[in-house]
Ligand binder design. Structure first.
Ligand code: GH3
Ligand code: MG
Ligand code: MG
Ligand code: MG
Ligand code: MG
Length: 308
């Protein structure tokens, strides 16, 4: 069953956080005069524009700038906006970014064609500044909401498996760029099948949620928590291996003291944790493998422990 409370909480949190960040708008326009003008309008509307005049770099810009929305001129000299939109839409990661076309093209057939190839709206030049800002803001807002919804696990509100693995790739790249160490931990509830068997699935769900809540309370805002599988969590900690180990061991200890309530009984549960660090392991596959191996060892050695 879908736990809407956790989901709504998670989205509220995201919307509140997202609400503070200005919308990032990638402007793809071959006329620098026009690009500068749109950038000015959008900046005045509180957004964060970035201009791109060469369509060849569009995929790099998407990874680099992570725009909420793309404002694209239809005729770009070297290629046209239709073609570029089609290229962007082929990348699964960017499929959700709205593309708003901007052009003097008044031919309805061509406008329809642009939409069919992946555009979300069509604004004709000369633009009405208010209409431009309002249209971009409402589309960017909905796209953010949709992304938040799709990246969250419905029981816990944590990042889901797909989003977590995408995020780990991004964080590995960030660590390499900034030479900043971080750790990956895999956390698994011990003998969880027995909890379900003995107390029922809904009680099991509450145990999962209590672990999710504990992780959210104990880890830093910059750390990243995902529900990796049923009763398995993955965490990215921005700390070195020694510090991460200490924090995780505290969490393990604290979790083991939580008294879980069943209908006419109460019980305790424990977790096992495998942790590994960057740069000791460089690359997502190596990190997953090492953390998994450490988790396996923690289970094998008797559970309720952290292994690095
Ligand atoms: P181990 O200590 O080796 O991890 O033992 P375990 O029993 O936890 O491991 P196993 O992988 O055999 O069982 C995991 C169980 O978790 C099986 C599955 O029914 C249960 N599970 C997975 N997802 C959920 C969920 O969302 N809610 C509940 N209540 N149970 C879940
Ligand atoms: Mg043009
Ligand atoms: Mg298992
Ligand atoms: Mg388990
Ligand atoms: Mg498991």
């Amino acid at each position: 069953p879908l736990d809407t409370t956790a989901l709504i909480d998670a989205i509220d949190g995201l919307v509140t956080r997202a609400g503070r960040a200005p919308y990032r708008v990638l402007i793809v326009e071959d006329s620098s005069t026009l690009a500068d003008y749109y950038a000015l309008l959008l900046r005045q509307a509180g957004m964060q524009p970035r201009c791109l005049d060469t369509p060849l770099r569009v995929l790099d810009e998407l990874t680099d700038f992570l725009p909420d929305i793309i404002l694209m001129d239809l005729y770009l000299g070297a290629c046209n906006g239709f073609e570029l939109a089609a290229v962007i839409r082929q990348q699964a990661t960017y499929a959700g970014i709205p593309i708003v076309f901007l052009s003097a093209e008044r031919n309805l057939g061509k406008q329809m064609n642009a939409m069919r190839l992946g555009g979300d709206d069509f604004i004709t030049k000369p633009v009405d500044p208010d209409r431009l800002a309002a249209s971009l803001a409402s589309r960017a807002d909905r796209a953010r909401g949709m992304r938040a919804l799709m990246s969250r696990d419905s029981l816990t509100g944590l990042l889901n498996h797909t989003h977590f693995t995408d995020q780990l790739d991004i964080e590995v790249a960030r660590a390499r760029r900034q030479q900043q160490p971080f750790c990956l931990a895999m956390i698994d509830i011990d003998f969880f099948k027995a909890v379900n068997d003995q107390y029922g699935h809904p009680v099991g769900d509450r145990v999962i949620k209590s672990l999710a809540r504990l992780l959210q309370q104990r880890l830093r805002k910059t750390d990243i928590i995902g529900r990796y599988g049923g009763e398995e969590f993955a965490v990215i900690l921005w700390a070195d291996l020694a510090d991460s180990f200490r924090v995780l061991n505290d969490i393990r200890e604290q979790f083991s003291h939580i008294r879980h309530q069943a209908s006419d009984d109460s019980f305790h549960a424990t977790i096992s944790i495998g942790v590994t660090g960057w740069p000791q392991q460089d690359g997502s596959d190596a990190l997953y493998e090492a953390a998994d191996q450490a988790l396996y060892q923690a289970k094998h050695q008797g559970r309720n422990q952290v292994v690095a």
